[in-house]
Every structure is written in structure tokens, then in C-alpha cells.
Design a protein around this ligand. Structure first.
Ligand code: ZN
Length: 161
């Protein structure tokens, strides 16, 4: 087990579109394990590789009571609907905000063994986490989606991904 340092805004790695993983090898497996350990250490629900300084298309999500999901080269297949929800980010400590997210999100990705899988989430934290982590892989932060200054506020518990 190894913890990696979580990069915070304005670290430029957070703004770089991440590169596709060319080969799922030991280094990618180790990255996923370290990301899971790091996410758990800070009680996050998700973490994307750029948040630990690695510009690769890898993300992990773990909702309370659910199995951890590792996503390699995830692609957003479909999103539908709109809802306004509250969000925070481990890379933007000290803030929370209100953003517009999709209701239904469908993603395909490869798992740590290289097998393709699909996830569909509707109107729940998983749908939000999928969009949030996929945004990280494009170099986007949730604060980019905040529509007005009143929709971003200081908060002790930043949480999330
Ligand atoms: Zn985040």
C-alpha cells in the first residue's frame, strides 16, 4: 500500500487532458492500488489519475457500501437530463459548489484486467462521480461549471473526488 500526494489547484497537471493507457501492465495495476489507498485515506468517493500527478486516463470510484470501480480509458457514451447538485473536489480544498450535472450517465471503460464493461447510473452519486472523474481526465474541474460566484462557497468538509 502506498499513498500518493493529491495535487491541488492550480497544479498544471489538473488542467492537462490525460492520455489513453496504451497497455494495462504492472505499473497501471500499481497506480490503481495506490489511487484506491489514497482515496480511502481521505474518505473520498472518487479519484482520477491526474489528481495524483499522473496524466493517464484512469479513475477509481468507491461509494459507501459498494465495490470499488476502477476505470481505465473510460468513455462517456451517453448523458441525458439535467439536475443541479452540490459538489466538492479533493483537488479544490476548502470549497463546495453548485453545478449542473446530467441525470443519466452511461460510460464504457476497461477494468484492471483489460475487460470492457459498461455502467449506467441515474440520478445518484455514481452518476455524479462518473461525470466528475471523467471531467478530471479532460483537465476540467467542477469549479469551471459553477455558474455564478454565489454558487461556490467556502466549506470545511470538501470531500468527494
Ligand atoms: Zn475532483
Amino acid at each position: 500500500m502506498a499513498l500518493r500526494e493529491i495535487r491541488t489547484h492550480p497544479d498544471p497537471v489538473l488542467r492537462e487532458p490525460a492520455k489513453k493507457v496504451p497497455l494495462i501492465d504492472m505499473s497501471v495495476q500499481r497506480l490503481i492500488d495506490d489511487m484506491i489507498d489514497t482515496m480511502r485515506a481521505v474518505s473520498g468517493v472518487g479519484l482520477a489519475a491526474p489528481q495524483v500527478g499522473v496524466p493517464l486516463r484512469v479513475a477509481v470510484i468507491e461509494l459507501p457500501g459498494e465495490d470499488v470501480i476502477a476505470l481505465i480509458n473510460p468513455v462517456l457514451i451517453k448523458k441525458k437530463g439535467e439536475r443541479i447538485i452540490e459538489e466538492g473536489c479533493l483537488s479544490v480544498p476548502g470549497y463546495r459548489g453548485q453545478v449542473k450535472r446530467a441525470v443519466t450517465v452511461k460510460v464504457k471503460a476497461r477494468d484492471r484486467d483489460g475487460r470492457e464493461f459498461r455502467i449506467t447510473a441515474t440520478d445518484d452519486v455514481l452518476a455524479q462521480a462518473l461525470e466528475h472523474e471523467l471531467d478530471h481526465l479532460e483537465g476540467r474541474l467542477y469549479t469551471d461549471l459553477v455558474e455564478s460566484p454565489e454558487s461556490l462557497w467556502r466549506a470545511e468538509d470538501t470531500g468527494d473526488g
